[in-house]
Design a protein around this ligand. Structure first.
Ligand SMILES: [Zn+2]
Length: 335
């Protein structure tokens, strides 16, 4: 099995940040998401790269009536109310035309009709599996709603990105969540990076221990944790739902750290090259809204990465796949 290049995009617009920022707080980035998605598709098609858009279920609604029709009865009962997006539904507009921050049906149809890329799920309501108060039954109802709202569009959701990466692939407590995914026909998810500094998000240290945050930032520019690439057929040998762990987040262009941008891109190219040479997977991800400001600079970085992909494809047969495409390949090695 040759090496693979996977890109997943957490497509959420305001639903990914509703508990941290208002639309006005983050307006430039959110307003440009639709243009960013167009440009992502255009550039990916040019370089023959496949994207997986892991899309929040709310964005599929035609209008508010359609959205309300699909919301599950059993909604997440988070202890901290600010994580619950449902009260916000009272305040959003009626459809994509008058509220492009909370609906995206036309864009979803464009991605679908392009046919090179995948539409997966980022859960129906941007569901937080590690928050206190919610239950696995509520997660089940949420995934069911996501499947139901996508089905009439001819979209069968088969891969998942857990919001805020709240999944610990090897912990017993998270297995029921993966079983729910399996029950709904989801065949792959994006796990966390294997390196330790990426696996403390959900522990008590996360909010107070800035040291790890700093290490993760540093790791974007120089190798602290190595390439973070994976022999996916080996790690998924006995797994019902394939784990396609993250290799790296593509951090947004930062004007203040402009001088470090070449290092950031170089770090990604080196890890891709390692994956191509060793027949492993390199999985890059970010959010379209990350490209909503400094858009040209962000796309310049991406184009440099895509050019490297093209070379690695020619030299080593390194291949771009959607999450579900790669999951099929992994499953064929299990037979
Ligand atoms: Zn998200």
């Amino acid at each position: 099995m040759n090496g693979h290049f996977v890109i997943s995009l957490d497509y959420e617009i305001h639903w990914g940040v509703f508990d941290k920022k208002t639309v006005d707080d983050y307006k430039e980035n959110l307003t440009n998401v639709s243009k960013v998605v167009d440009r992502l598709i255009e550039m990916s098609d040019k370089y023959n790269v496949k994207l997986t858009f892991s899309t929040v279920g709310f964005l599929f609604a035609k209008d508010k009536e359609d959205l309300l029709k699909h919301i599950p009865k059993n909604q997440p009962t988070y202890k901290l109310k600010e994580f619950n997006p449902y009260p916000l539904l009272e305040h959003i507009g009626n459809n994509e035309h008058d509220d492009p921050y909370h609906y995206a049906l036309s864009k979803i149809k464009e991605i679908r009709d392009n046919r090179n890329h995948e539409i997966g799920t980022h859960t129906f309501c941007h569901y937080y599996c590690h928050e206190d108060g919610q239950t696995v039954e509520q997660f089940d109802a949420d995934i069911n709603a996501a499947k139901q709202i996508a089905a009439p569009l001819g979209i069968d959701l088969k891969s998942i990105i857990f919001p805020r990466n709240m999944i610990d692939a090897d912990k017993a407590v998270d297995q029921p969540y993966l079983e729910v995914c399996q029950k709904h026909g989801i065949t792959s998810f994006r796990g966390k990076e294997k390196a330790y500094i990426y696996n403390i998000h959900t522990t008590k240290f996360y909010h107070s221990w800035y040291f790890f945050k700093l290490l993760r930032l540093l790791d974007s520019y120089i190798s602290v944790t190595g390439p973070n690439t994976y022999k996916v057929e080996q790690i998924n040998k006995n797994k019902a739902v394939n784990n396609l762990p993250s290799s790296r987040i593509l951090r947004t262009y930062t004007p203040k750290l402009k001088f470090l941008e070449p290092l950031k891109v170089r770090r990604i190219k080196k890890a891709m090259t390692y994956a191509a040479k060793h027949n492993e997977m390199f999985h890059l991800w970010w959010h379209p809204h990350n490209f909503g400001a400094q858009t040209d600079e962000n796309f310049n970085n991406l184009e440099a990465i895509f050019k490297t992909y093209q070379e690695l494809n020619k030299t080593y047969g390194f291949k771009s796949e959607t999450m579900t495409g790669l999951s099929h390949i992994i499953d064929s090695t299990k037979a």
